[in-house]
Ligand binder design. Structure first.
Ligand code: SF4
Ligand code: SF4
Length: 411
C-alpha cells in the first residue's frame, strides 16, 4: 500500500488549529504547529526537503499524533492520515531510531514484554515504585508504575451472566493485560451487569498502535492480522477499554486494506459505548470530585465524547467536571514520553496545573487509556498532588459493588 498525503489537500493555512496543538502551545514555534508540520510534510512529499533533513525530523518527531488539530479544522483536513504517511516515508529512508526499535520489537513478542511488566508488577506490589516516585527520570518512571495500582478491592462475587444478551469479546492488549488486569475485571463485571455476555478469546496480541504511530507499518500489519484471525466472527462486539488500542482496531480496515478487516472494525466498541447503549444502569453512591480527562484517541480519533460521561453520570453522588484543557493531550502518546521526554513533560505540566489550580480540587481524575492513566497518575504522584487516577469503568464497578449488584454490598 503506497503512502498518500491527499488528506492534507483541504488545508487553507488559516491557523485555526494552532491553539488546539499542545506542542505549539509549549514551544510557540510555527514548525511545531499543525499548519507548520503540514507545510513540512508537503515539502517532503514534493522532495524539496529530503527525508534525512534534521529539522524536518525534529518537528515531525515532536508531533504527539494526538489529532487535537482535526476537530477544530474548518476545512476537514485529515492530519492523522498525513502524519502516518510522513512517518512511513521517514521510517523507510532514515530507519526507526534505536530506542524506538527496541521498544517496538519488545511489544511484538509477548515473551519479551510479559517479563518486563512482571517486574513492574513486583515493584508495584512491594511498594518500591511508590516509595521511589519523584520528579527525576527514574522517579517519574516509578511514579508511572505506582499509578497502575488498583484503587478498590475486587468485589467477591459476580452477577450471573444474561442468557440472551449480545456477546462481547474483550480485547486484552499488552499494557492493559499486564498492568491493568483490575480494569479488565471491572470491564467484564460492568458489561455483565448491563446484560452483555462477555467471552474470553485466546490468540490475541498487542494491537499494533505503537508500531503504526512510529511508522513501522509492517509491524503494525503483522499484529493486526493476528488479532483479526483470533477475534473476527467470535462475538457480536469487541470491547476495548484502551482508547489507543480501540482507535487502531477501528481502523484495521484501512491498515490491512481489506474488506474483512473493515467488517471486523465495525464490531469494535469502546467499553463506554457499550455501557452507554444500555444506560448504563445506576449503581450505589460514591462521594467524589471527579475530573474527566478525555484521551485523544477516544475523542479525536474515535470521536467518542458522551459515552464516558454517561458512565460517570450513572454514579450517584459523583460530582463530575471537565476542567480547562481536559481535551488536550497529556503528553503520553504511546512511546512519545520515552522518545521525547522533555516536551512530553512540558505538555503534561500544563495539564497538572489545571488540576492543581481547580477549585474545588478533584479527588480523582478519570480517563480511559493506559498511557494517560500512567502519565497523568505518574505526574500527580511525582509532584505530590493528592489526586488519584481511575478508569471510568473502575468507578462504575465500585459503584455497583457499593450497591450490592455483585452480591453483598461492599463497604
Ligand atoms: S489544518 Fe485546518 S485549521 Fe489548520 S491551518 Fe490547515 S485548514 Fe486551517
Ligand atoms: S497531532 Fe497533536 S501535536 Fe501533532 S500537530 Fe496535531 S495537535 Fe499538534
Amino acid at each position: 500500500m503506497g503512502v498518500s498525503f491527499a488528506s492534507l489537500d483541504p488545508c487553507v493555512h488559516c491557523g485555526f488549529c494552532l491553539q488546539a496543538c499542545p506542542t505549539y502551545l509549549a514551544t510557540g514555534d510555527e514548525a511545531d504547529s499543525p499548519r507548520g508540520r503540514i507545510v513540512l510534510m508537503r515539502a517532503l512529499e514534493r522532495g524539496t526537503i529530503p527525508p534525512d533533513d534534521p529539522a524536518l525530523g525534529q518537528h515531525l518527531d515532536a508531533c504527539l499524533g494526538c489529532r487535537g488539530c482535526e476537530p477544530v479544522c474548518p476545512s476537514g483536513v485529515g492530519y492523522g492520515r498525513g502524519l502516518e504517511a510522513a512517518r512511513a516515508l521517514l521510517a523507510e529512508s532514515r530507519g526507526i531510531p534505536l530506542l524506538a526499535r527496541a521498544i517496538l520489537a519488545t511489544f511484538r513478542r509477548s515473551w519479551l514484554w510479559q517479563p518486563v511488566f512482571g517486574g513492574a508488577r513486583v515493584l508495584r506490589s512491594l511498594g518500591v515504585a511508590g516509595a521511589l516516585a519523584g520528579p527525576g527520570r527514574t522517579g517519574f518512571a516509578m511514579a508511572m508504575v505506582a499509578a497502575t495500582t488498583p484503587r478498590f478491592p475486587a468485589p467477591r462475587a459476580g452477577r450471573r451472566p444474561s442468557e440472551s444478551g449480545p456477546t462481547v469479546a474483550l480485547f486484552r492488549g499488552c499494557v492493559m493485560n499486564a498492568l491493568f488486569a483490575h480494569v479488565h475485571a471491572a470491564t467484564r463485571r460492568t458489561l455483565t451487569a448491563n446484560g452483555y455476555r462477555v467471552i474470553d478469546v485466546d490468540g490475541q496480541v498487542c494491537c499494533g498502535a505503537l508500531h503504526d504511530h512510529a511508522g513501522d507499518q509492517r509491524g503494525a500489519r503483522a499484529l493486526a492480522a493476528r488479532n483479526l484471525r483470533a477475534l473476527a466472527g467470535r462475538a457480536d462486539y469487541v470491547a476495548v477499554n484502551s482508547a489507543g488500542c480501540g482507535a487502531l482496531l477501528k481502523d484495521y480496515g484501512h491498515l490491512l486494506d481489506s474488506p474483512a478487516a473493515g467488517q471486523f472494525a465495525e464490531t469494535v466498541r469502546d467499553v463506554t459505548e457499550l455501557l452507554a447503549a444500555r444506560g448504563p444502569i445506576s449503581g450505589g453512591e460514591l462521594e467524589a470530585d471527579v475530573a474527566y480527562d478525555a484521551p485523544c484517541h477516544l475523542q479525536h480519533a474515535q470521536r467518542v465524547h458522551e459515552a464516558p460521561l454517561s458512565v460517570l453520570r450513572a454514579i450517584p453522588g459523583l460530582r463530575l467536571r471537565l476542567l480547562p484543557g481536559s481535551d488536550h493531550c497529556c503528553g503520553s502518546a504511546g512511546i512519545y514520553a520515552l522518545l521525547e521526554p522533555g516536551l512530553s513533560r512540558q505538555v503534561l505540566d500544563a495539564k497538572l496545573a489545571s488540576f492543581r489550580d481547580a477549585e474545588p480540587r478533584p479527588t480523582i481524575v478519570a480517563t480511559g487509556n493506559p498511557g494517560c492513566l500512567m502519565q497523568i497518575g505518574g505526574g500527580l504522584r511525582a509532584s505530590g498532588l493528592p489526586i488519584a487516577v481511575a478508569h471510568p469503568v473502575e468507578l462504575l464497578d465500585r459503584s455497583y459493588a457499593v450497591a450490592g449488584l455483585y452480591g453483598s454490598p461492599a463497604a
